[in-house]
Design a protein around this ligand. Sequence first.
Ligand SMILES: Nc1nc2c(c(=O)[nH]1)N[C@H]1C(S)=C(S)[C@@H](COP(=O)(O)O)O[C@H]1N2
Ligand SMILES: [Mo]
Length: 553
Amino acid sequence: MDTARLNRPHAAGIGLLSVGVALAAGHLFAGFTDPGASPYLAVGNTAIDLAPPWLKDFAVSTFGTKDKPVLLAGMAVVIAIFGAVAGLVSARRPLPGSILLGVLGVLGVLAVLKRPDLGQLAPLVPAASLVAGVLTFTWLHGKALDAAREAGYEAARHLPDRPDRYLAGERPAGERPASERPASERPAGERPAGERPADPARRGLLVAAGATVAGAGVAALTGQLLGNRVDVQASRRAVGTIRPAVAAAAIPPGADFAAAGTPSFITPNEAFYRIDTALVVPRVRAESWSMRVHGMVDRELRLRYDDLRNRELVERTVTLTCVSNEVGGPYISTANFVGVPLRAVLDEAGVQAGADQLVSRSVDGWSCGSPTEVMLDADRAMLALAMNGEPLPAEHGFPVRLVTAGLYGYVSATKWLADLELSTFDAFTPYWAKRGWARRAPIKTMSRIDRPGAFQRVPAGRTVIAGVAWAQHRGIEAVEVRLDRGQWREATLATEVNLDTWRMWRLDVDVAKGGHTVEVRATDKIGYTQTDKRADPVPDGATGWHSVSFSAT
Ligand SMILES: Nc1nc2c(c(=O)[nH]1)N[C@H]1C(S)=C(S)[C@@H](COP(=O)(O)O)O[C@H]1N2
Ligand SMILES: [Mo]
């Protein structure tokens, strides 16, 4: 009977290598067909879509915008463990491990089938992964078994009486280690460390493992290069500078109190907050972009990039805000956007009566539902092409996105726009609404303290409290600050830019030595003052006063 067993490192190692090959093969095939079908990414994307809302909220609140790298790294660890386990359960026969790898492959196929944005060929990609992984595993397993038989034979030949001691690494008393004995005294096959091995099966295993690593590397790299052939940066350069017919008013110097600790009025593109469900930034070239306007319209439209670019372009300064921003949170930024008022396009299509929801979809299958009446407001909704003087950055939706003043991003700001459908709230439930968020979500009147920072130490005496307030499309009327639960005092507001942007504020206060708490509340131009009632971001945006504790020394 053949009793050869793989040792644990070999078993775990060939399992790991096999999942590596599976992923690399998938990446290669995905490069040929659809980069999004790479099993690793597809599984990650599906994990994001299937994750229960509490888990997503936890991920965002714990890792912020680093949630995606954390997810990818976590998946790598899980897959590695899976691979090692597949090897370890296959000490004698390759079947158990192959079955485990097959299960992983089937999960990959299901993940790809669940992606709304992938073509019909996409499921072939994880299928190819599965085949490559299992074949590699069976092949390496054979090599590893040969090596195990060889080792067992060697051990048995030299110490038939106590093979267990050899396996435990012991030497019989009085016997010197191989390296200390001249070659003439050594039995054939025994060698000191560092000399050429005379065990062909073990060598065969090592060569096979090396070849596997090299092959997987080449496959993964080739897949990556193929996947990168959609060169977004080249397309952005080719687009060049997009000039509006009507420029936005210049930002007055008094629009922020940056010197006192507020953000700059305009957020540089690199610093603009980013929130989306895309594990890898979708790559779309302006040259190949087009969008359908359909549904409850009189005339269906198909618009290409130049159709938009050649229209009369407007520029607007708008503050975007994410509904998942906690009280005091960072998911708010302001930019100059250039684009086409959405109204112009919707009028051309002819919106039919009763179409109360405009559904927008992105190239990666994300969906968004906006109230049609807001999207028909020429002053509020635009098809944006440029941001702060350059074509939209890839992360912010190149080549075309929606920007709508006064609504949270998830109901108004679709990036990598692919499709506009006039519909009804009854007929279609978009991505986040399916996950418990509100159907309609105007941005709430809120404020934030930026200085002092939490638990900061400031010198006792005169100190500045400064921050931002926002109530897009209504405008900020007043901001009040109170120290240590004292009287509310009105802060100085920065110069107003427009009603769709944030407004900076500051207040000088005198603080005695010791601990202090400062709170802020804003009032908008329709007279609503922020409630102190704390509410979570779910379902339609957080409420409550931001407060900061600091100490004066
Ligand atoms: N395609 C796509 N567009 C999207 C999202 C998304 O997940 N996918 N997220 C939305 C959300 S929740 C917000 S707050 C804004 C953020 O835009 P930004 O990343 O440019 O700041 O984009 C919106 N547009
Ligand atoms: Mo958002």
